[in-house]
Design a protein around this ligand. Structure first.
Ligand code: DPP
Ligand code: ZN
Length: 868
């Protein structure tokens, strides 16, 4: 397969000044007429002009109005070559495509009665022949024609210019986008959709129409999306001085979408999971997801659209930066501490394992076979962490100046990560040269910390040392600049003033140490007592910190640290040590270690604490996170130890949990305090049920009586995950109740597939045949197969049955939707982390897949790298 290298980038030889599309929509046969104004940029040469195109049937081709003779062009796999292109000309092509047969959901497809497009990264070439690369920016105009009855709504980017009727019950609408854009931001939608309208007045006083298009029966489910959009628009004005630039901002929700959402100019297309919510069908987590994805796509209008990418290697330039922006938005709108804990939990769950496995790649990759495989946790979440570190070292005000300069310099351009860093440097006079390494070096650094207190000199010295394991293609690692936010606590629990050599007399109680060599030592003076260090506060860098701590220090920070993240981290550390010790001695963690017991008791009795934060402190590390800390992941050992610890926590604090469960029952309300209470209350129920089977009745009662999906689903999930209860009545009831709601039925599939029960695999097998299972709906496929791949005890069953099952499904799915098939294969790629027997079985499953005929590029790349 063809490997694309970043080094091979060349500027486009031709640019497109304007594109005019005329599209006759029909599910079976859609015709796309494209007129491209092409202009040579480079010196004349005799190279052909290569336009990308995939799966297109070319019906007509004209150059400046004249049919192009056959000897003037050539069709190749994936391309149309113009053999003798003039300097400046109009190319007109007419092609035919079949949206109904497009199961890959890239390009133009027809699903559930709607026409939808997805062009990022390289879907536009499945619509027409084009220079499908992000550094070719053109003005787009498009006329859509469709049958009016089934498709009364016709949408595309920009401004609606005109509309009319035509013969055979068809109609047309003309759209023009005044902002030149790369074709990956092109979009169209046609269907029978209702619209929720509102508006936003920008800081400079312009009225923007806000429109959310959904099927008519969902018109009541758009309030959260609309509200989040308005708040995001106001936030970007307040924090970054960025206004929206068109008169209309449209969002369309579809049930059939590969990704979460897409930031097409003026016409965002969303997976309905991130738009639709009612209290009775959406959980608090769903509401939060909507807020952050709506904001994320909105923020792309400046970081992604107005300033776009030179090439796909720069993907993190828009994604890392925009994730950082949406995380900050959510932190400002909700609880900053809880937000940070959630963001780090996600980073550790998805990105750390990726960075430690065969698919590891830098935030800016050097090479790819299929770019769709690089929409990863590394590009997104680690990319956001790198931006966050820059924000940390510059400070908020200087960071803002850097962003202002970035926008001023590059508005309307397609740029690189260097351009971003240069703007940050240009505006602030700071040298960020060392930070470039974060973009090019893969792998998660480990920082070892060692402190030494000298009572005679009243000095504390802190030594930090960094190292990183090799990753594919990068055997040697260089030291990275790692900002370590820190404080020192006195034994009485007070943050001590920090006095050191460099910052004489600074005296502040928190400092950022910049570790930018392999090892460095800092000396703090006038330290009157042996301090307990709090390091990497707020998780100030995406690293693994090894503190050489004992449980006494962890317990101390768990009760005294005033950094919400580090307090949580200390609690997690205590629980983690208890679990690792239990696994090591293969006893069941049936007794709570004293220090953990004390820390939990303190949190449980602190009624002043924000319930959401309290729930975070009381939640055990996930099985995956525990596994990450082990040389060889002991699947059963982890599961047994964690279950035993949950039981022990349940019984040790039975009265407190019961009191919380009773006292936190409030009538439903959507605000953050209420959702925090629900979270804590459902956590209490989980602990009660873990230790006392008599709570089954109480759980069933909650399932029946809940007036909101959060509580209903929490009870449902607890019941279905009971190792040996017969819950067929509950499963049938839930399905019966919610079968008209696809997003809820996704949960029904997902919870069954993630049950740690011996019959889960058989269940999953049967669910493949369920009438509601649909191979063409990515949400449904992810709900069943993605959940199964993440279900450690079932997927990693010692006999390899989980591996064989998933591989067989991936094999089938690859024929329909390669992007999703490749994603589902990632759990198999982590084979190095398991025992020899599982390694063999996982490799076998990968090899069986690799032997398949007609592998997609997407899946092929993942398999090839996994088997290396
Ligand atoms: N660009 C989309 C997003 O992350 C995904 N393709 O917002
Ligand atoms: Zn994005």
């Amino acid at each position: 397969p063809l490997v694309i290298h970043r080094e091979d980038y060349r500027p486009p030889r031709f640019v497109v000044d304007a594109v005019d599309l005329d599209i006759q929509l029909d599910p079976e046969l859609t015709q796309v007429r494209a007129r491209l104004h092409l202009r040579r940029q480079s010196e004349a040469d005799d190279q052909p002009l290569r336009l990308c195109g995939e799966g297109l049937a070319l019906l007509e081709i004209r150059q400046d109005g004249q049919t192009l003779p056959k000897d003037q062009y050539r069709l190749e796999e994936g391309a149309l070559l113009l053999l003798h292109p003039p300097r400046d000309f109009v190319l007109e092509t007419l092609v035919q495509i079949r949206p109904i047969a497009n199961t890959a959901l890239s390009g133009l497809y027809f699903a559930n009665g709607h026409f939808i497009t997805q062009c990022e990264a390289e879907g536009f070439r499945r619509i027409t022949y084009y220079l499908d690369r992000p550094d070719v920016l053109a003005r787009f105009g498009v006329t859509l024609h469709a049958e009016q009855g089934p498709h009364p709504v016709l949408l595309a980017n920009g401004n609606r210019i005109a509309a009319g009727q035509e013969a055979h019950g068809r109609h047309w609408v003309r759209w023009e986008d005044p902002f030149p854009k790369p074709c990956y931001l092109f979009a169209l939608v046609a269907g029978d959709l209702g619209c929720v309208r509102d508006h936003f007045r920008t800081a400079s006083g312009r009225e923007v129409a806000l429109e959310i298009y959904v099927e008519a029966h969902h018109l009541d489910a758009c309030a959260q999306a609309m509200d989040a959009l308005q708040r995001a628009m106001a936030w970007d004005e307040r924090v970054y001085g960025r206004e929206y630039d068109l008169d209309r901002y449209m969002i369309v929700a579809t049930d059939t979408f590969n990704m979460g959402a897409m930031e097409n100019k003026g016409l965002n297309i969303f997976n309905s999971k991130y738009v639709l919510a009612r209290p009775e069908t959406a959980t608090d987590t769903d509401y939060q997801g909507i807020e952050s994805v709506i904001a994320h796509e909105y923020f792309h209008n400046w970081t992604g659209n107005r300033v776009t990418l030179r090439d796909w290697f720069q993907l993190s330039l828009k994604e890392g930066l925009t994730v950082f922006r949406d995380q900050e938005f959510s932190a400002d709108e909700n609880s900053r501490g809880v937000q940070r804990i959630g963001d780090v939990r996600r980073l550790r769950a998805a990105q750390f394992p990726e960075d430690a496995g065969p698919l590891a790649h830098p935030v800016r990759p050097d090479a790819y076979i299929e770019i769709n495989n690089f929409y990863t946790a590394t590009v997104y979440e680690k990319g956001a962490e790198v931006v966050r570190m820059i924000h940390t070292v510059l400070g908020a005000a200087a960071f803002r100046q850097g962003m202002d300069l970035y926008f001023a310099r590059h508005d309307g351009q397609a740029v690189t990560i260097e351009d971003f860093l240069a703007a940050m440097e240009g505006a602030t006079g700071r040298d960020l040269a060392a930070f470039r390494l974060w973009y090019s070096q893969a792998g998660t650094p480990v920082v070892h910390a060692a402190g030494r207190y000298d009572p005679a000199q009243r000095r504390y010295s802190l030594t930090l040392r960094q190292e990183a394991a090799p990753t594919p293609g990068q055997p040697e690692k260089r030291p990275l600049p790692i900002p370590v936010r820190m404080a020192l606590f006195s034994p009485a629990g007070q943050a001590m003033p920090l006095r050191g050599q460099e910052e004489d007399g600074a005296g502040d109680r928190e400092r950022i140490l910049m570790l930018d060599t392999a090892e460095q030592t800092w000396i703090f003076t006038e330290v009157s007592e042996p301090p307990i260090p709090s390091l990497l506060r707020g998780f100030s860098a995406p690293v693994r910190l090894e503190m050489g701590f004992g449980d006494a220090q962890r317990a101390f920070l768990a009760s005294h640290d005033d950094d919400p993240f580090n307090r949580w981290e200390a609690m997690q550390g205590l629980a983690l040590q208890a679990l690792l010790a239990a696994i090591d001695q293969s006893h069941g963690a049936g007794v709570l270690p004293e220090l953990l017991h004390g820390a939990l008791a303190a949190v449980l009795s602190d009624a002043q604490m924000d319930p959401a934060y309290r729930a975070e402190l009381l939640t055990l590390p996930s099985e995956d996170y525990v596994g990450e800390q082990m040389a060889v992941i002991d699947v059963e050992g982890i599961h047994c130890a964690r279950e035993a610890l949950r039981r022990a926590m349940g019984s040790a604090f039975g009265e407190q949990w019961a009191a919380d469960y009773e006292s936190l029952a409030f009538p439903y309300s959507r605000d953050g305090v209420s959702s925090g209470r629900r979270r804590l209350r459902n956590l209490a129920l989980a602990y009660l049920l873990a230790s006392d089977a008599s709570y089954l009745d109480r759980t069933r009662q909650q399932y029946r009586q809940a007036d909101n999906m959060t509580d209903h689903l929490a009870a449902f999930s607890l019941l279905v995950h009971q190792p040996d209860a017969d819950v067929s009545d509950i499963l049938a009831d839930f399905y019966q109740r919610w079968q008209q709601h696809p997003l809820v039925i996704d949960k029904w599939f997902a919870i069954q597939a993630s049950a740690p029960r011996p019959d889960t695999l058989a269940k999953a097998q049967a669910l493949l045949q369920h009438p509601a299972f649909d191979w063409r709906t990515p949400n449904r496929v992810r709900a069943l197969l993605g959940s199964l791949g993440a279900n450690a005890t079932v997927f990693h069953a010692a006999d390899g049955s989980g591996y064989a099952f998933l591989a067989a499904q991936i094999r089938h799915l690859d024929e329909l939707n390669p992007q999703i098939a490749a994603r589902l294969a990632t759990p198999l790629s982590r084979w190095q982390r398991y025992d020899a027997q599982r390694q063999g079985l996982m490799r076998q499953a990968l090899e069986d897949l690799a032997g398949k005929a007609n592998l997609s590029r997407d899946l092929g790349e993942v398999l090839e790298k996994s088997l290396k």
